[in-house]
Write a protein that binds this ligand. Sequence first.
Ligand SMILES: Nc1ncnc2c1ncn2[C@@H]1O[C@H](COP(=O)(O)OP(=O)(O)OP(=O)(O)O)[C@@H](O)[C@H]1O
Length: 628
Amino acid sequence: MATSRINKPDTSADHELRNCIDTKQSFVMIAGAGSGKTTSLIKGLDYIRSRYGNQLRAKRQKIACVTYTTNAVDEIIGDVQGDSLFHVSTIHSFLWEIISPFQKDIKDWVKQRVREKIAKIQQAIQEYGPRVQQKTKDKDQAEFLRLEEVSRLIDSVNNFRYETGADYTKGIIGHADILRMVPELIQGKTLLKKIVIQKFPFLLIDESQDTAPNVVECFLSVDAQKQSDFCLGFFGDPMQKIYLTGIGKIPDRDNWKTIVKPENFRCASAVLELINLIRKPADQIEQTGGKMENVGGMLTPVVGSARLFILPANEERSTNVEKVRNFIAREEQDPAWRDDSGSDLKILVLEHRMAAKRLGFEQLHAAFKDGTPESIGSGFSEGNSWALSLFQKYILPLIEAQSIGKQSNVMTLLRAFSPILEKEYLQKHKISAEDLKVLDQTIKELVALFADPNISVAQILDLIETRRLAVLDERIAAKLRDEPLLIENAEAISRVLEKYFQCSVNQLLGYDKYIREESVYSTQHDVKGSEFKRVIVILDDEEGKRSTLYSYEKLLGLKPLSDTDTENISEGTESVLDRTRRLFYVCCSRAQKDLAVIWFVQDVDEALAVLKDSIFSDDQIIMEHKLG
Ligand SMILES: Nc1ncnc2c1ncn2[C@@H]1O[C@H](COP(=O)(O)OP(=O)(O)OP(=O)(O)O)[C@@H](O)[C@H]1O
């Protein structure tokens, strides 16, 4: 069944896109928020299938589509009905798909990488100044010895795979390695370029503004190699670049087509007017159109609303957010503003920490994110940390199944995870009624323990292990037994696990809800590409003070620019204003109908004064006393 995105009406951009596909002309589709770039991409995929599908299948070729998040991947797979003609994936997984058959090249690269790391540490040791502390020296020495050991052991690794964090001796390449290694190998080897062209004659990349420059360069080098049968297309909006690692604008190329889309189909007119004003100082682009709805058979513009609430940055923040929701629910006669399920309304905060605080997993967040390596922190933020996966995939679903009396689900989970229900174990042992009773009893205990804030993660892990509910990850098991961890980043991981074990186990509940997108909260970065009927954007420089990259107070003129900011602006390098404007633009442009921006500030009157004659008109600005 075709989905609604495929069925959206064509615009002239869709015709231009098809022309590029037919003539194998590579292209960049560049357009603002809600202009239907992803929609055009999906329509393009469908067109390639209908026109060239049989041909491609006969040659065992696929149509590749790369997008930014696993959620977006799932949505696009849904749009193309899971057809195996398409290879829809994130960039990491796509690059891995290309390189994974070349295990020898991977091994050579890893060996070289380890040599580089050893050389770097040797150089640091040689250059120690008189003030270097013994602690640093010991740490460097330990890392040097570990790397030497890795270098020795790597020859015996025969197969590499990838995870978020690297562990070379176990054959694991990290996320960051993939982004570095594969483009390097592709750029350096004509054969690899030819393989990409042969396997994926159509390669479409969404959210290109946040694709790393070396990855873009590598695909451009593949394109430069082509004879005729290759069409590379980038879909993006430089104004929506919100990650520091993104390229922004795709460099101009001779013989490439640029396709523009001037309309916005997503946002109600009140929202569109605001996002045009936010964007204008950056690149002068103003979108036309706006969301339309069918009223009595007539296509009618949706007016919607955009409001700014200026509220004090005090202890009453949460209460005030609730008051805002009630206020809009009354004004718009729309009870969904009070809904907490996360499907009708999204509240966008700057950092995961802010969501963690509101959803009761601040301690867990701090354990994984405060001062930890990127490979650990990102796994936590993305919901795929190995340290938490047993809870996410097994224990929490088990508790839920038990709580709602779904015994069949309980049994399925037990069979998948409990070592005493494994096939191999059962072939050799007979499971006793007593064993089953213990399992049953343990699950009942778990339900009660999760409700108790005094129970720690370590206590639960211990219970899981001793009652043979599951086999623990070996890193977790080692740490529980206080054994040393013999892995990369051992010291940092050990610290994370220590703090994690001390967390109250019920913190996992809030975290799980957040990761499954069953809460109203999301970070401002994570909503990229999505849309919601109702959106609240929280601007709070005080609460977000760790994120020095952004300042809404500077953007809206409440706080003066620093010397560095002024310098950046005068030199034309990216400034805090550029970054904040882009993030603000992305957030506000998620709203289909109603948008509320809540600005928490120390001095509400001062904030009100600086906003006179700004992007918000007087009647859009609401102060605390009006909330009731
Ligand atoms: N041709 C069209 N006619 C009507 N509605 C459309 C059309 N194209 C897209 N839309 C609708 O507009 C909204 C935005 O589309 P889409 O998500 O593809 O835009 P985008 O440019 O990728 O957005 P962003 O860059 O902001 O993430 C969606 O609700 C989509 O269904």
